[in-house]
Design a protein. Sequence first.
Length: 113
Amino acid sequence: MAFIFTCGTHTFNSLLAGSENITAQCQNCGNFTAKVYKRWEWFTFCFVPLIPFSLKPHHEVGCHICHFYQDIRHRPDVQEMMNNGQSSQQIPMQPYGAPPQQYKAPSGPPQYV
Ligand SMILES: [Zn+2]
């Protein structure tokens, strides 16, 4: 008489409520396809989730094209969108890598030394 116990893991994966309309850039493939997901891994026994691996679901930024997931703690830009995007949807993107504003002398020809 043999019992076959099936153990495994199950990952609950769903779009994070309230952040469905946030789309960020995937840092792996560069497409603007990354969404905020709630991922929660559970240990399953006979296909029944019993014990969560962690106390709370992870919040991850995931890309459905290349299946690249990264912890949202590594994406301060996405966190900012989540904090700001609740009331107003259209947040002007901060220009990334914009050159610092250069002070121009008000008068005088350029001096070549
Ligand atoms: Zn990607």
